[in-house]
Ligand binder design. Sequence first.
Ligand SMILES: [Zn+2]
Length: 129
Amino acid sequence: MTLAVRYMTARTLETAPVEFSEPGPGEVLLAPAYVGICGTDLHIFHGDMDARVAAPAVLGHEMSGRVVRVGAGVEGWRPGDAVTVMPLRWDGTCPACLSGHQHICQHLDFIGIDSPGAMQQRWTVPAST
Ligand SMILES: [Zn+2]
């Protein structure tokens, strides 16, 4: 378990223990140190993105922290390394990706909006991010 800040409903955040996953192949487990609050986070907080964000949701996509553990096959990162995360994960197979426009991937995962974000003490993300 780790402690996380979760969006519950409009104008309501809570701090609660949540499960975190150990890093699988190609993933890293991070210890976020600082998390920025983006304008998008404020839209979520105000309830303007409830159609997209499934509460309870761990927010946070602008962060810095350190690597805790690396999953199998991860090269170039080791425990203690200082990191930030580029919070976009694309599929690499759709027409947008194949034409070099990964930022508009048809299956784009905006980490911290579409999947759990950095406002937690332990956070597992793809090492590629
Ligand atoms: Zn794509």
